[in-house]
Design a protein around this ligand. Structure first.
Ligand code: 5GP
Length: 127
C-alpha cells in the first residue's frame, strides 16, 4: 500500500528499525550519512537500496529539509555503492519512489540501485 509522503516521519518504519539494528539486513555499505542494503525482494540481478541516516520520509522531504552535508554525503554514498558493485561500465539505474503515483511503500527515503542486466524500458506504459 503506497504511503502518504506528506505525513510526518514514522519512527516505527522498517528502515528506521534496520538503521537502529532492531531488524537485520544484508548490509553492503555504511558511512556517517548513509546505509546500503540488499533489497529483500530483488527486482533485478543487482537490487540494492541506499538510505540516508537522517529521518526523511521521501525525496521530497529530504530535498527540502536535509542539510548540504547530508545531501552531499547521501549522493556520494549512492555513487560509491554503484562503483563498488562494478556497475559504472555496464551501466545501472537509480530510482526513488515518492508517494502514491510513485508506489512508495516504505516511508523512509531510499534510492534503489538496479543493475547486473539490461533493465528494459524506463517506465511501464498501459496499452
Ligand atoms: P518502495 O516501493 O518503497 O520504493 O520500495 C521498498 C523496497 O523495500 C521494496 O523493494 C522492498 O522489497 C524493500 N523492503 C521492504 N521491506 C524490507 C526489509 O525488511 N528488508 C529489505 N532489505 N528490504 C525491504
Amino acid at each position: 500500500m503506497p504511503i502518504d509522503p506528506t505525513l510526518p516521519y514514522d519512527d516505527n518504519n522498517i528502515f528506521a528499525k534496520i538503521l537502529s539494528g532492531e531488524i537485520p539486513s544484508a548490509k553492503v555499505y555504511e558511512d556517517d550519512w548513509a546505509y546500503a542494503l540488499e533489497d529483500i525482494n530483488p527486482q533485478a540481478e543487482i537490487h540494492t537500496l541506499v538510505i540516508p541516516k537522517g529521518r526523511y520520509v521521501s525525496w521530497d522531504d529530504f530535498s527540502a529539509k536535509a542539510s548540504a552535508e547530508e545531501i552531499t554525503g547521501f549522493v556520494r554514498a549512492v555513487g560509491e555503492v554503484a562503483r563498488a558493485k562494478g556497475l559504472v561500465e555496464p551501466g545501472y539505474r537509480l530510482m526513488a519512489n515518492i508517494g502514491h503515483h510513485g508506489g512508495q511503500e516504505v516511508p523512509h527515503l531510499h534510492v534503489h540501485i538496479f543493475g547486473g542486466q539490461p533493465l528494459g524500458p524506463m517506465i511501464w506504459r498501459q496499452k
